[in-house]
Design a binder for this molecule. Structure first.
Ligand code: ADP
Length: 654
């Protein structure tokens, strides 16, 4: 099943009904993709069959679902199936289904011209994987159909949409090099048939046993029956191998079901091997790497259902496409109903793959029904708790693996603190951060760890948000904390700003930005500073006053600080203001952001400040320089960099 939403990609153009045959060009990106397929040297080209069977099975699922509300779509042919046959002499393999089929426009859009969102990503991945020889990832990108060109030199697709007249059949044909022909034909059978003329090097795929073994490997669990012509002779040890006689499908020939079609999830947990889980996971996700977590549960009681969830080892290419992920399938008593993931998993768990099979729902459920159904809500709530619980267990038992998961999906999981009020605390416990006492940029420190190692006197959990880890870790705001050996969380993912604005307390300790408001002096006991004489005090007050006058328009206030050690100045947000980092993030994503003026704090003990003459001519240059420096240290850009350079040069030659 594709990760994209089909209806979104469709521009409904009316086709001229008089049109019967035409030749069209593939779109440039599709051409490039096909070129890669045709010339690929991948060893596991066999996956083309998995892709086509998966499409055929989706087409049957779609028809079964649509027929729940419109019985006529079944056209007196209720049994759904996928038929596969091969012709030794012609070197063809045929995959046929009696599913939903496609009309002319759908063939043009789905098979022909339009590059899908995954096309570019797929091309890049395919080029980068050239050396590893692995093409297993094709299905992830929603371009599975084209995999028939891995083995085919000519591909013909014949189809008719369920519930339409036989004259609305469509034939599509291409050698994959740049153009395809498409024509209207008469086709009594509904559904789709794909005829692949195999390349000379790939004619192994006409062999009956080869096809059967591929089906067993990848498609055994497909619930729609997959049929092949009945084997002509029983398999004996002598007849195995290349010498095995091949069957050719003939009129009236007997077909037999070759897949077990057993729903793996319905079997008892202890009877399922790790390998079976992994194979099943990869058939769901097209990810050949084993998942890091498998969570399989049967729930019995008021509501009977089975859930099987997987946490992948690596993030899929479209993890950030919040609208398009389809991760969790819904079945009702083994029958596929929907893959509208949002009804079963919240957005922040969109990386979880798997399914829920519920015994207590009606089969003919609509999208609206799913969105408002209380049982679905209950399943969803319990599923979220289960996934979070398993992640927690893993974080306690295998830190190394957990940290890998966090690295892949942490940014997404953190969204949960904003989205899911009920589970906010569990999500925060799962979060890992980079800190001034952690392992560089890696996010490995939990809030529990942070609080456990806080000195008794420390009242807050300190954090600093910045545009990058580099900007955070070299920020002047950290100086006093480093000097006092107080740990600070360094937050540089954009989502962190939302995290800290929604999650303000952990184990009775408030989270506090070190770049906002006043510093609690209880925490940071200053050594007794030398008492200043009245004269010195007065001079400093004048200095502050003068700087304020110069920066009048740009700052809210100017004041001395106790948070700096080596730097002369830094910027602070007022307690209730948004802060520069959040402001920049909002602007970058095109949102309105109120511009709050920052507070400039200056370090009275810094030589540069000590040398500043409040009455001197250069005071304006110095004041502006202090401000710009502080801005740069935050990772911000200057409004007028040219002016800044001139100012620095003027001061350098003094
Ligand atoms: P995906 O299946 O991931 O969307 P594909 O390239 O395999 O990507 O297929 C593109 C689209 O073509 C499918 O989404 C589906 O709409 C249509 N399609 C492919 N095969 C069939 C089929 N056997 N029956 C009906 N529609 C099909």
């Amino acid at each position: 099943m594709s990760p994209k939403t089909k209806s979104e990609s469709k521009s409904k153009k009316a086709r001229t009904s008089t049109l019967t045959s035409e030749t069209r060009s593939f779109q440039a990106e599709v051409k490039q993709l096909l070129n890669l397929m045709i010339h690929s040297l991948y060893s596991n080209k066999e996956i083309f069959l998995r892709e086509l069977i998966s499409n055929a099975s989706d087409a049957c699922d779609k028809l079964r679902f649509a027929s729940l509300t419109d019985k006529t779509l079944l056209e007196d042919e209720e049994d759904l199936g996928i038929w596969i046959s091969a012709d030794q002499e012609k070197k063809t393999i045929i995959i046929r289904d009696n599913g939903i089929g496609m009309d002319y426009d759908e063939v043009v859009e789905d098979i022909g011209t339009i590059a899908r969102s995954g096309t570019r990503a797929f091309i890049e991945k395919m080029e980068s994987e050239k050396s590893s020889g692995n093409a297993d990832f094709i299905g992830q990108f929603g371009v599975g159909f084209y995999s028939c060109f891995l083995v085919g030199k000519q591909v013909t697709l014949i189809t008719r949409k369920a519930g339409t007249e036989s004259k609305t059949g469509v034939m599509w044909s291409s050698d994959g090099t740049g153009e395809y022909t498409i024509s209207s034909i008469d086709r009594p059978n509904r559904g789709t048939e794909i005829i692949i003329h195999l390349k000379d090097d790939d004619d192994q795929y006409v062999k009956d046993y080869r096809i059967r073994s591929i089906i067993e490997k990848y498609s055994d669990h497909i619930s729609i029956p997959i049929l092949m012509p009945k084997e002509p002779e029983p398999v004996t040890e002598e007849s195995e191998g290349d010498e095995k006689p091949e069957s050719k499908p003939e009129e009236g020939e007997q077909w037999e079901v070759v897949n077990r079609g057993s729903a793996l999830w319905a079997r008892p947990k202890k009877e399922i091997s790790e390998e079976e889980y992994t194979t099943f996971y990869s058939s769901l996700s097209y990810d050949s790497t084993a998942p890091v977590l498998t969570i399989h549960n049967r729930v019995e009681g008021k509501l009977d259902y089975i859930s099987l969830f997987f946490v992948p080892a690596t993030a899929p290419f479209d993890l950030w496409d919040r609208e398009q992920r389809q991760g969790i399938k819904l079945y009702v008593r083994r029958i596929f109903i929907s893959d509208d993931a949002k009804t079963l998993m919240p957005n922040y768990l969109r990386f979880v793959r798997g399914l829920v099979d519920c015994a207590d729902l009606p089969l003919n459920v609509s999208r609206e029904f799913l969105q408002q159904n209380r049982d679905i809500d209950k399943i969803r709530q319990a599923s979220v708790k289960r996934v979070l619980g398993e992640l927690k267990k893993l974080s306690e038992s295998d830190n190394e693996t957990y940290n890998k998961i966090w690295k892949e999906f942490g940014k997404v999981l953190k969204e949960g603190v904003v989205e899911d009020h009920e589970n906010r605390k569990s999500i925060a416990e799962l979060a890992r951060f980079s800190t001034t006492k952690g392992d560089g940029e890696s996010q490995t420190v939990s809030l529990n760890q942070y609080v456990d190692r806080m000195p008794m006197s420390q009242k807050h959990i300190y954090y600093l948000t910045a545009e990058s880890h580099m900007a955070a870790s070299s920020s002047p705001h950290l100086e006093i904390f480093k000097k006092k050996d107080i740990e600070v969380l360094l937050l540089s993912d954009p989502v962190d700003e939302w995290f800290v604005s929604h999650f303000t307390e952990f184990r009775d300790k408030a989270l506090k930005s070190i770049a906002r408001g006043d510093l609690e002096l209880d925490d940071i006991k200053e050594e007794e500073t030398e008492k200043k004489t009245e004269e010195e005090q007065a001079a400093q007050n004048t200095l502050i006053q003068k700087i304020k006058e110069v920066l009048d328009e740009t700052v809210k206030d100017v004041r001395f600080t106790n948070r700096l050690v080596d730097s002369p100045s830094c910027l602070i947000a007022d307690e209730m203001d948004m802060g520069g980092n959040m402001e920049r993030i909002l602007k970058a994503i095109g949102q309105e952001a109120p511009t709050a003026k920052p507070i400039l704090e200056i370090n009275p003990d810094h030589t540069l400040i000590k040398r500043m003459d409040p009455e001197g001519e250069e005071l304006e240059d110095w004041a502006k320089l202090l401000f710009d420096q502080a801005l740069l240290a935050e990772g911000a850009t200057l409004n007028n960099p040219g002016e800044f350079v001139k100012r620095v040069n003027r001061l350098l030659i003094l």
